[in-house]
Design a protein. Structure first.
Length: 306
């Protein structure tokens, strides 16, 4: 690519192509699945549950279903009415917990506000908790002995490693402290393990002078949910950026009236970056690939470290 830099006189960042990598991961999982079935293992099976009809959730579940079907993982989705209470949800979850033909179960978040998210996470049998939200699995992750790898955080790490960007020894700045993304990623990147060993800084909504911190990042991971918040002068030359944010902005040229952008102002940041994961096509498909991997793990096909 050097000739291209010379020709254009500007930097061209490598694209961390999560779409292409996730497709390779799915192909690899399919081979493992076919081998397992031939050796008498049961077909891995994922059940998803959704309470209400939040549109982004429906889109995410469809992506999970497509990935499962491509690999050969069995899939079933239950959509429960928005007014479903804790007792009815508990009953639905325990029926799946008790079904030996189901290996993975996830209850899609966000849940309607009358439901207690933490209690719901505790309902799912830990050995089927492929999202890694159950406190037992969070605890196992914390002590460095994970049963499942949290999907988005593991997807980010695997994307970096696949392109040769090992976080070890790097200054990693994560923006966002959510239980789904920021917190598990910070933990995994500081663990003494493959994909870890980084020096991690976690920023959030109360962080003062955020740009002065993001400018120190060797690897920057925004997981905020604010469209194009990270500007070109917030990063240093040579930064590696993994944009987690998924934001809709109005776009009259699109049939659906909007397009998806990340938390990073791509056109400003890309010329300074050594590598950047785009939105869409970066972390999103990796998250789904790791979920599929976790289902195969739950069904006894692979472990976390294979
Ligand atoms: P969240 O709302 O739970 O967390 C957002 C975080 O951003 C919070 O920790 C908050 O402190 C921080 N924040 C908010 N405003 C800030 C500011 N002005 N300055 C600094 N920090 C600020 O969201 P989440 O579930 O972690 O998701 C974050 C984004 O990532 C969303 O856009 C979501 O759609 C996306 N996401 C993508 C994937 C994927 O697979 N690609 C998975 C999960 C979430």
């Amino acid at each position: 690519m050097e000739w291209l830099y010379f020709f254009k006189g500007i930097n061209v960042a490598a694209i961390l192509d999560g779409k292409a990598l996730s497709s390779r991961i799915r192909a690899d999982l399919k081979v493992k699945l076919d081998q397992g079935i031939n050796n008498g293992l049961p077909r891995p099976f994922l059940t998803t549950m959704q309470v209400g009809d939040d549109l982004p959730s429906t889109v995410y579940i469809r992506a999970k279903q497509r990935a499962c079907e491509e690999i050969g993982i069995g899939f079933r989705h239950f959509r429960l009415p928005a007014e479903t209470g804790m007792d009815a949800l508990r009953k639905a979850v325990s029926e799946v917990n008790d079904d030996p033909s189901v290996h993975g179960l996830l209850v899609q978040s966000p849940l309607p506000s009358h439901l207690n998210e933490i209690e719901v996470q505790r309902m799912v049998a830990p050995e089927k908790d492929v999202d890694c939200f159950h406190p037992e699995n969070v605890g196992l992750l914390y002590i460095g002995n994970a049963r499942f790898r949290p999907c988005t955080a593991a997807g980010i790490i695997d994307l970096l490693l696949a392109y040769g960007f090992d976080p070890a020894g790097k200054n990693v700045v994560i923006i966002g402290r959510s239980v789904i993304v920021g917190r598990p990623l910070a933990l995994m990147m500081m663990l003494k393990a493959r994909g870890g060993n980084a020096t991690v800084t976690v920023c959030h909504s109360r962080t003062r002078d955020l740009p002065s911190i993001t400018r120190q990042a060797d690897i920057l991971v925004p997981a905020i949910g604010i469209a194009e918040m990270i500007r070109g002068d917030w990063v240093k030359e040579g930064v590696i950026v993994v944009d987690v944010g998924i934001n809709r902005i109005p776009d009259a040229t699109k049939k659906r009236g909007y397009r998806l952008v990340g938390d990073v102002a791509f056109r400003e940041v890309e010329p300074k970056a050594e590598a950047i994961a785009p939105v869409p096509g970066g972390v999103g498909p990796m998250t789904v690939a790791i979920l599929s991997r976790n289902v195969m793990n739950a069904a006894g096909y692979i472990d976390n470290y294979s």
